[in-house]
Design a protein around this ligand. Structure first.
Ligand code: URA
Length: 290
């Protein structure tokens, strides 16, 4: 079977599943199918098992994701996993991420498309070790098209640097919504929903080892909870198989200095977990070449 045939079959199965279950197609992850010839087999049973495996993994993705995993066993260590990423898979991920940015730029699925100056799809190292997820662009981001470039962004960069992370070296930074909500209001649920397939596609392509969610909007939308960041910060959750920790948004730290101490404790926990998963991650931190 060719990759295209498998992709069509997978698409068909997903559409049928959506029809029967009322799910939206964006719930299904993107799969890079390979030609049988490339896989070194011409057997149709292997082709169908690849589709079946993709279905199983798409279904697994729909399981409740907000289970705390603080008590769970650490994930298998992946030393040098980052360094081993081949140049070709990195460049194909870059191309896929660019494609998403192009579709974001053309999107008018919600009212935010009417008032934005620039879309802000996300930026950073591809593939990253860590994906940082914020709320949505503010005025500076809307002007420049880059996430977290204002005062909150400068503080975010310092927070990341404190645990040897940076957007230049080992992080990708994205938001729940890719267009600025007017007057920096919190994105509405329907705006977050309309944008969620872009973030999902980014996660599927980037395959980060860990996710750092900053602030209530990221926490609520990613974990489908209404509990506040004050309650849930500093705990690990399993997000589609990826350890996720939520901490305070840098804007909150700018407003309330007393949150800096608990935020630092959260970052230390994040670093410890990351060291378990990618023991050599700090070697990727070159401080943006500074
Ligand atoms: N706040 C966010 O949550 N994201 C940005 O990109 C900028 C500010």
């Amino acid at each position: 079977m060719t990759a295209q045939e498998k992709s069509l079959l997978y698409d068909f199965l997903n559409k049928a599943d959506c029809l029967f279950s009322g799910k939206v197609s964006s719930d299904f992850q993107h799969i890079d199918f390979k030609d049988d010839a490339e896989l070194g087999t011409a057997s149709s049973s292997s082709a169908s098992s690849q589709v079946a495996a993709a279905q199983v993994s798409a279904q697994a993705q729909l399981q409740p994701q907000n289970q705390e995993i603080a008590a769970a066993q650490p994930q298998a260590a992946a030393p040098a996993a980052f360094a081993q990423t081949s140049a070709s898979s990195a460049s194909s991920a870059e191309a896929e991420i660019k494609k998403i940015a192009l579709s974001v730029a053309q999107c008018n699925a919600c009212v935010l498309g009417k008032t934005r100056t620039n879309t802000v799809p996300g930026i950073g190292k591809i593939p990253p070790i860590v994906l940082v997820i914020g709320e949505g662009p503010g005025a500076d981001e809307d002007r420049t098209g880059e996430p977290f470039v204002g005062k909150a962004g400068q503080l975010l960069d310092k927070m990341l640097a404190a645990i040897q992370l940076s957007r230049q070296d080992n992080c990708f930074i994205a938001n729940i919504v890719k267009c600025r909500p007017p007057a920096n209001r919190t994105p509405l649920p329907e705006e977050a929903q309309a944008c969620s397939h872009f973030l999902q596609a980014q996660i599927d392509i980037l395959k980060p080892k860990m996710i750092l969610a900053v602030g209530n909007t990221a926490l609520h939308n990613l974990l489908n909870t209404t509990a506040g960041i004050k309650k849930l910060h500093g705990k690990f959750f399993n997000y589609q198989g990826i350890p996720l920790l939520a901490t305070f948004h840098p804007s909150a730290l700018l407003r309330d200095e007393s949150l800096k101490r608990p935020a630092w404790e959260d970052l230390k926990l994040f670093r410890s977990k990351l060291l378990e998963i990618v023991p050599d991650y700090q070697s990727s931190y070159l401080n943006g070449g500074i």
